[in-house]
Design a protein around this ligand. Structure first.
Ligand code: FES
Length: 570
């Protein structure tokens, strides 16, 4: 490894050749502000907020884009660098609504933070006052909304959609003052080839793309004396919401999460893990029957709604490969308004179902016309992790010091298999734990799939070797799906998650969600799995009772009506 030695703010720093000045500074513990830079995306180098001064030439360099050079002497805080950096932010603010009070990202906005940190004042911005953009808002979708007036043209959303998701649903248009980020043909985002995964919102440094908020709707239901409000929490929330309250990423806070939901006034608090296990029983049996009939293989999972919408738009010819089992969110809500309503003797029209999800596409999924099998809209409201954190803060709940609480009975039992749904590979491992044991009576060996890119594994069951693929990020998924389309795939089972690394990296998770943070969340889920006495879906006592008392058997008539769905070409 060849190295380079340079000086940054009088510190001698030795780094690997090819390291940028920004990376070199960070390795030396020197923080340089950035805006268009994102560690998971390609370089853009447009905002010039990261400028530093080269003390030999006195030139300003964009530190995120310029490699460190041998013998360089860099100042990150010279008067020249600070003045330029500040002016670049002032110019952005001069064409920005600056309505921080009403912005969803107030408190987590990178522009707001930089404005404060760089000592920018109203007067310093007003010297650049001039014409401002006044663009229409894009607010018709069920999952995401856009305010192009807040956009600072950093291009992070454009890059994540193109590079990680392979969709290119957003693009730059216009020149100079008229430059904007928009959709193809300027169509509303509800009408374009968008998966609703929310990765654009997750990387946006400001409030230009955010989830459609369901907070007011949930507060209204909680305040309605005629409503019985039931909440479900997705597996990954218990290792991610703590970030919003300053806890260590990946910290397991299940008990505090339940306690917070009770204090908010939810009448019953259940876990989506109950219905993740139910999904495994339905989907596992569906897989077995496809194998036996040699039909619709490879079997492709369908619990990620971003992936399902992407498939409906981009791989309509492969829809018969998707499992017809509903996602855990939708199974849960349907069962609440049927089985639970019957057991609790509450009229389903008086039940309001809320789900806490790491995901923006779950909002789109809940609104789909197909999801009314209970006779009502099955899921009434979806809150992202971020939205729930906002409600907890608004209610003045001291989250960190809450006592531990536990899920309600009837649909509150969880298994290790269901917990790992929250990370890429989890659905596959959970399904194979059940499929192998049901078919052979022997337990599955640990798959050890990791969380990166496209992964493969082989599992032997009753003398046959099954080849499985696990993929996250839609650009990665496209590689595998193109093989299936071309008839070149050798897989029996393919798991697809739209968001990179699965739900731990979902578009509704706390911002920022870096690779390091995602790894810690995945470790948190693995630790819950390992410490649970029940680690297989087919051993969940609440699920077994549900079949015994209400559904009959997996893939039976009632199960098929309530727990399975269909897809459509978009
Ligand atoms: Fe370096 Fe934007 S962060 S140019």
């Amino acid at each position: 490894m060849s190295t380079i030695t340079l000086t940054i703010d009088d510190q001698v720093v030795e780094v690997e050749a090819g390291t940028t000045i920004l990376e070199a500074a960070r390795q030396a513990g020197v923080e340089i502000p950035t805006l268009c830079y994102h560690p998971d995306l390609s370089l853009h180098g447009s905002c010039r907020v990261c400028v530093v001064e080269d003390l030999s030439s006195h030139r300003l360099l964009a530190s995120c884009a310029v490699p460190a050079g041998e013998g360089m002497k860099i100042s990150t805080r010279s008067a020249k660098a600070r003045k330029a950096r500040k002016m670049n932010i002032e110019l952005l603010l001069a064409n920005h609504p600056a309505d921080c009070l009403g912005c969803d990202r107030s408190g987590s906005c990178e522009l707001q933070e930089l404005t404060y940190n760089l000592g920018i004042t109203r007067e310093s911005v007003d010297r650049f006052a001039g014409e401002r953009r006044s663009l229409p808002l894009d607010t018709q979708g069920a999952a995401l909304k856009r305010d192009p007036n807040k956009c600072i043209l950093c291009g992070r959303c454009v890059r994540v959609c193109e590079e990680i998701q392979g969709l290119g649903a957003l693009e730059f248009s216009g020149r100079g003052f008229d430059s904007i980020v928009t959709t193809a043909f300027d169509l509303p985002q509800s009408e374009i080839n968008c998966a609703k995964c929310g990765q654009c919102a997750a990387v946006c440094p400001v409030g230009a793309i955010t989830e459609v908020s369901s907070i007011a709707k949930v507060w209204a239901a909680l305040a309605d004396p005629d409503k019985h409000v039931v909440v479900q929490t997705a597996p990954s929330i218990q290792v991610s919401i703590g970030d919003e309250f300053g806890l260590e990423p990946g910290a397991v806070i299940t008990g505090k999460l339940i306690a917070a939901l009770r204090r908010l006034g939810f009448h019953k608090v259940f876990s989506t893990e109950f219905s993740a296990d139910l999904t495994i029983l339905e989907e596992g049996n569906e897989f077995i029957s496809r194998i036996k009939g040699n039909k619709n293989l490879p079997h492709i999972t369908s619990c990620c709604p971003g992936w399902v919408k992407y498939a409906e738009q981009n791989y309509p010819d492969l829809l018969n490969h998707l499992s017809t089992a509903k996602s855990p969110q939708q199974m849960f809500s349907t069962i609440v308004k049927t089985y639970y309503a019957e057991q609790a003797e509450i009229a389903p029209e008086n039940i309001f179902t809320v789900s806490i999800m790491p995901c923006t596409a779950k909002k789109f999924e809940a609104a789909r016309e197909e999801h009314r099998d209970s006779g009502f809209q099955d899921t009434d409201a979806v809150l992202t992790t971020r939205e729930l954190a906002r409600m907890i803060k608004e209610a003045g709940i001291d989250f960190v010091n809450l006592p531990e609480d536990s899920y309600d009975q009837l649909m509150g039992e969880t298994t290790g298999a269901a917990t790992i749904f929250g990370t890429t590979g989890g659905v596959t491992e959970a399904a194979l734990r059940t499929v192998k044991e049901v078919l052979t009576g022997e337990p599955l060996e640990k798959l050890n799939l990791g969380i990166m890119g496209v992964r493969e594994a082989e599992v032997e069951i009753t003398g046959r070797t099954y080849k499985v693929a696990v993929v996250s990020g839609l650009a990665n998924a496209a590689q595998v799906l193109d093989q299936v389309r071309a008839g070149e795939s050798e897989y029996d089972w393919i798991e697809v998650m739209a968001c990179p690394h699965g739900c731990v990296g979902g578009g509704g998770q706390p911002i920022p969600t870096t690779l390091e943070v995602k790894k810690k969340r995945a470790q948190g889920l693995a630790s819950i799995d390992q410490s649970n006495a029940i680690r297989k879906s087919h051993e969940n006592p609440d699920v077994l009772r549900l079949y015994e008392q209400y559904l009959g058997e997996p893939l039976g008539g009632k199960s098929h009506h309530l727990l399975h769905t269909s897809y459509r070409v978009r």
